[in-house]
Design a protein around this ligand. Structure first.
Ligand SMILES: NC(=O)c1ccc[n+]([C@@H]2O[C@H](COP(=O)([O-])OP(=O)(O)OC[C@H]3O[C@@H](n4cnc5c(N)ncnc54)[C@H](O)[C@@H]3O)[C@@H](O)[C@H]2O)c1
Ligand SMILES: O=c1ccn([C@@H]2O[C@H](COP(=O)(O)OP(=O)(O)O[C@H]3O[C@H](CO)[C@@H](O)[C@H](O)[C@H]3O)[C@@H](O)[C@H]2O)c(=O)[nH]1
Length: 336
């Protein structure tokens, strides 16, 4: 069966660019739409067209979907920083929920029948017990989580009413870089723990702030389930195949390994891999952070036949660190 064109929104960003690589490697025709607010042209392979547009522009999206003959959309574009969503919620509802509404409208008008959506563990809020399965009540504790949950609900209702199916993949904490070194996290003003810690390890920062040491966890710092971005990208290819194979079925799946790692454990592992300790500064809690998020991933494994290949924490860290070293050398060469 020939593979139809797939639109990847946010494909110039961190996770989207890895999905583009996974799709491209698997022989899918791909087109990327990104407004480059947090993505880079270099993240998109030369062989893949990148159209600079905003997904909230329904008319532009309709034209792109029609001209490119798009059959399915992987929708990564959005704003992603939890504390920023607390200080600027209106922007988060606009760029995540309202823009998704525009994109879905364009897709419905153009007869695109498969939608794969980047959702998040933040839809669960702060559940008291882990691991978290997909039946855990969704009670976000920050506007980012709400903006994503509202989009999920819109997709669920649209799939019930129209000839379209959807997959919502609820990512836990995405980390690492392409094992072949083709992409990684770039983003200006990084906020993610491993990215920040790697920047400190290569000398771009003086230290890492540890946000909160009084959480109800064994070492007092927050626990997260860090998933390698290449394993997550492969889950997207499998999810796309499932949506096309069973057009009446939609699904919502957690994406994580089912393993919790605290902030301090992550920093210890980085120090071990790096061989030199990164300075830590213990500080107060950051707004909007739940104490622990760990995925129950049985449904992802059973529904999609997903088999993680890069789950080892050291493998995640090594890939992130070697990407960061390369970025640093490139930046140093540009400045020289
Ligand atoms: N990074 C994580 O740990 C994580 C966890 C859970 C969910 N997610 C979700 O995954 C998706 C991708 O996240 P990421 O970490 O790759 O972030 P990212 O910022 O690297 O990528 C997002 C991309 O979308 C683009 N974009 C933003 N708004 C746009 C708009 N209105 N129109 C067109 N392009 C737009 C940005 O320029 C960027 O390239 C997001 O939807 C995010 O909410 C990320
Ligand atoms: O410099 C830092 C950065 C982070 N942290 C802590 O590290 C943990 C992880 O934080 P971060 O890497 O910023 O990720 P999250 O805030 O957990 O959010 C990520 O993971 C969520 C799913 O779990 C996604 O929804 C979000 O999009 C994604 O940004 C949290 O406890 C933070 O307080 C620090 O202590 N110091």
């Amino acid at each position: 069966m020939s593979k139809p064109p797939v639109l990847v929104t946010g494909g110039a960003g961190y996770i989207g660019s890895h999905a583009v690589l996974a799709l491209h490697d698997a022989g899918w025709p791909v087109v990327v739409v990104d407004n480059l607010s947090n993505g880079t042209r270099e993240a998109v392979p030369d062989a893949v067209p990148l159209i600079e547009a905003d997904i909230g522009d329904a008319a532009a999206m309709e034209t792109i979907l029609q001209e490119q003959g798009v059959a399915a959309i992987m929708h990564f574009a959005g704003s992603i920083v939890v504390p920023e969503s607390v200080t600027d919620p209106h922007f988060y509802y606009r760029n995540n929920t309202v823009a998704t509404h525009a994109l879905v409208g364009a897709a419905l008008k153009q007869g695109v029948r498969h939608l794969l959506f980047s959702s998040t563990a933040a839809t669960y809020g702060a559940p008291e017990t882990v691991p978290i399965d997909e039946d855990t009540p969704t009670r976000p504790i920050n506007p980012y989580g709400w903006s994503k949950l509202m989009s999920e609900q819109m997709l669920r209702d649209c799939a019930a009413a129209y000839d379209v199916n959807f997959g919502a993949l609820r990512y836990f904490n995405v980390a690492g870089a392409d094992p072949k070194g083709r992409s990684g996290q770039v983003g200006k003003g990084a906020t993610h723990l491993l990215k920040v810690a790697c920047e400190a390890a290569v000398g771009k920062r003086t230290h890492v702030d540890v946000f909160g040491t009084d959480y109800p966890t064994p070492d007092g710092t927050c626990i997260r389930d860090y998933i390698h971005v290449a394993d997550l990208a492969n889950a997207h290819v499998l999810a796309l195949e499932a949506l096309i194979a069973e057009p009446k079925d939609s699904f919502t799946l957690n994406c994580g390994y089912g393993r919790g790692t605290s902030v301090l454990e992550m920093l210890d592992a980085l120090d071990r891999v790096n061989g030199t300790p990164v300075k830590r500064v213990m500080g107060p809690r950051r707004a909007g952070d739940p104490p622990q998020l760990v995925a129950a991933n049985r449904r992802l494994v059973e529904r999609l036949g997903w088999q993680p290949r890069f789950a080892d924490t050291d493998v995640i860290i090594e890939s992130a660190l070697s990407w960061e070293r390369r970025l640093y050398q490139k930046e140093a060469a540009t400045c020289a």
